[in-house]
Design a protein around this ligand. Structure first.
Ligand code: ATP
Ligand code: MG
Length: 679
């Protein structure tokens, strides 16, 4: 008998019951519990327990919602096992990652028997929208009289159909009613989009799940795939969609070896077709039904923080998990800070953070959370002005930056000469090559048995004759890895200088990309990982802080899932931001916004504050210009629960050059005036 003391110590009774729930051939297990109750911790201990009991780490599939979260889980397992006689070398848990990354690996490794080309390239959402656009042009749908839905909308509709497993007419009726008249055209468009992906050997995000799920419909493949893993464990199960549940049920039809963990009160990905039904229906999907373990003790937050979070989620229409308790005594109620406007909020937050640092709290222990990436713009400016280093998660990704996409298009086109989205991008970097010429070149590559050969024989486009040989050389000369990315960067350098004014900081990004690339064994793995789970930190002008530097975390609430900080500030707790005016269509969407606020509040351990600017600034589409909106406190904190919060009013003290009588200098919107000159 093994000594289980080490890796089961530090768990309460219920957590221990979950962590040690059977080993070989154990029946299905669901751990459903509120925020901060130790679900992720229990999962890590369970894996350690399985390994200590002799399970083969190569036969454990561990999935979480991001690569970072999965890596963190793996590290925790390794720490738990360190020192025991069953410690594993790093990397032994080789099947740990996201659903999408696992799908990509499975499809690539089994491409032959699934009838797909193993060299497929993965398109991110932006590439997919571009390809959708090409298909839309191809069908002449962009020039119709009545305005056809934009590429982004088309992709959203398509993605919803795929991920929710719903027929097009239902998706249109439920969510895109204004597109109903276009049903036939959309159907044709999606057909053309799929054909284009196949012709170009491209898979999009949704395909990684769709293709996996479809492969699993074949019984013998499903049996073979299911037999690869003795244990399948999933964190944040409430945010999985229909396809993911289908895959799981096909992998382990009787549920043996299956453990899922989640919190229905934190389901925040309904907008991407995740369904909370997955977690709620999990127990009865099996015969005999799954064991359900509920955890109700919160270890993260102080009593007053938890009470306020409970009060917010207590207003939800439908709730399944029960109330959490904590014995973390002391602490103060969360603050509701009312401020004149967004700029004051930015100043207040920056001041608060610096004061906390003075008092001994590292920046890394503090986080500022917001509903939408753009909400932090004013704060980012203020932090930069005060030299407070920060890293931002969520929102615009490193990969969406034009220069990064340019460089990657070179690698992708080399890897797959049929990838038209990348082809169009790369070829048009060269002066003298426009869309027409690019299309002709790509047609020639597509038709040729050897694209490299074809490219070398092609006559140079007359207006690009000088630059042509270098381009051909880059795309066709043999190159090792990571030398290839160095060659691509050298080739791109003059174009970067020509195309971008702020070439200097962009060059630094590309150098960083090259460093990241050097950590990968080959180009294909690099491109796959980068596309599936891009490094999402952007750090404005502050420069990317080094790993061991102290820096503040700015994050969208979605990206803050599963994490915790000692001190948390939530920006814009006002209607129009939370709930977002993007998400106030239906009751279900409002409820999801309520859960988002719950997720945000439950990230805090010791101190929590929410900003309520009375006026905030929105940058709208160019033609409307910027404007100010008057806001009111979020409807998720009604008067009835106000007593859970401490109300504070904050006004920016006039600066040293401010008027002595306390009146504020008038504010001008110079940017608008300058634009209006040309309106
Ligand atoms: P979330 O819902 O936000 O994902 P969670 O349920 O996964 O939260 P964890 O992140 O695993 O919760 O744990 C929350 C915090 O509580 C962590 O700091 C963890 O170390 C601590 N914790 C959990 N269980 C215990 C325990 N039995 N004893 C002491 N600390 C614990
Ligand atoms: Mg967790």
């Amino acid at each position: 008998m093994l000594d289980h003391g080490g890796h089961l110590a530090g768990l309460n009774d219920r957590q221990r019951a979950a962590a040690s729930h059977g080993t070989e051939g154990a029946g299905p297990l669901l751990v459903i519990a509120g925020a901060g109750s130790g679900k992720t911790r229990t999962l890590a201990h369970r894996v350690a327990h399985l390994l200590a009991g002799g399970a083969d780490p190569g036969r454990i599939l561990l999935m979480s919602f991001s690569r970072m979260a999965a890596q963190e889980l793996t590290r925790r397992v390794e720490r738990l096992l360190a020192g025991s006689d069953r410690a594993w070398p790093a990397g032994a848990l080789c099947w740990s990652g996201t659903f999408h990354a696992t799908g990509a690996r499975l499809l690539r490794e089994n491409a032959g028997r699934l009838g797909i080309d193993p060299d497929f390239v993965i398109h991110d959402r932006e590439d997919s929208a571009d390809l959708m656009n090409l298909a839309r042009h191809g069908l002449g749908l962009s020039s119709t009289e009545k305005r056809f839905p934009a590429k982004g909308t088309c992709l959203a509709i398509y993605s919803r159909c795929v991920n929710a497993g719903s027929p097009l007419p239902d998706v249109l009726a439920d969510r895109f009613a204004w597109c109903l008249p276009w049903e036939d055209e959309l159907k044709r468009l999606f057909g053309a989009y799929v054909a284009a992906k196949q012709a170009q050997n491209v898979l999009d995000y949704d395909d990684l799940l769709l293709a996996w799920a479809q492969a699993m419909e074949d019984e013998s493949f499903a049996r073979w795939a299911g037999a690869q893993w003795d244990h399948v464990l999933i964190d944040e199960y409430q945010d999985t969609n229909r396809l993911q549940a289908q895959i799981l049920m096909a992998l382990k039809p009787d549920g043996r070896g299956l453990t899922v963990v989640g919190d229905d009160a934190q389901a925040i990905y309904g907008f991407r077709a995740a369904t909370v039904r997955n977690i709620l229906d999990f127990p009865k999907a099996f015969e005999p039904p799954a064991t359900v373990i509920a955890l109700d003790r919160n270890y993260r937050s102080t009593g007053p923080i938890l009470a306020a979070a409970n009060a917010v989620i207590g207003q939800a229409r439908e709730r399944f998990a029960k109330e959490l308790w904590t014995d973390r005594a002391g602490g103060t109620r969360p603050q509701l800070v009312t401020l004149p406007d967004g700029r004051d909020q930015a100043r207040h937050v920056a001041g608060r953070i610096l004061a906390a640092r003075e008092a001994g709290l590292r920046l890394k222990d503090q986080a500022v959370l917001f509903r939408t990436s753009s909400h932090s713009a004013e704060l980012e400016i203020e932090l930069t002005r005060r030299h407070v280093p920060f890293v931002k998660f969520g929102g615009l990704k490193f990969l969406s930056a034009a220069h990064v996409k340019d460089l990657l298009s070179v690698l992708r086109l080399r890897q797959n000469p049929r990838d038209r989205v990348s082809g169009f991008r790369m070829l048009q970097l060269v002066p003298g090559i426009g869309p027409g010429t690019a299309a002709r070149v790509l047609d020639a590559l597509e038709a040729a048995p050897s694209p490299a050969e074809a490219l070398r024989r092609l006559a140079p486009p007359p207006r690009a004759a000088a630059d042509w040989p270098a381009l051909v050389e880059l795309l066709t000369a043999p190159a090792g890895w990571p030398d290839l990315i160095g060659a691509a960067r050298a080739w791109y350098a003059p174009h970067l200088d020509r195309l971008h004014e702020d070439a200097e900081s962009r060059r630094a990004d590309l150098e960083q990309l090259e460093r990241i690339a050097a950590g990968y064994p080959d180009c294909a793995r690099f491109l796959t990982d980068l596309t599936l789970d891009p490094p999402e930190a952007t750090s404005a002008e502050a420069g990317v802080p080094l790993r061991d530097d102290d820096y503040l975390i700015l994050s969208t609430i979605h990206s803050a899932k599963g994490q915790e900080w000692r001190s948390v500030f939530v920006l814009n707790a006002v209607d129009g931001c939370i709930p977002s005016d993007l998400g106030t269509g239906s009751e279900a969407e409002i409820e999801e916004e309520r859960r988002l606020l719950y997720v945000a509040m439950t990230r805090a351990k010791d101190s929590l504050a929410l900003g309520v600017p009375l006026k905030f600034h929105v940058t709208q589409q160019a033609r409307f210009g910027d404007r100010h909106l008057y806001a009111r406190r979020t409807r998720f904190i009604p008067d009835s629960i106000l007593s859970q919060f401490e109300q504070v009013y904050w006004q920016d003290p006039p600066g040293p050059d401010g008027p002595a009588d306390g009146t504020e200098a008038p504010r001008l919107d110079l940017r608008r005036r300058m634009r209006d000159m040309w309106a």
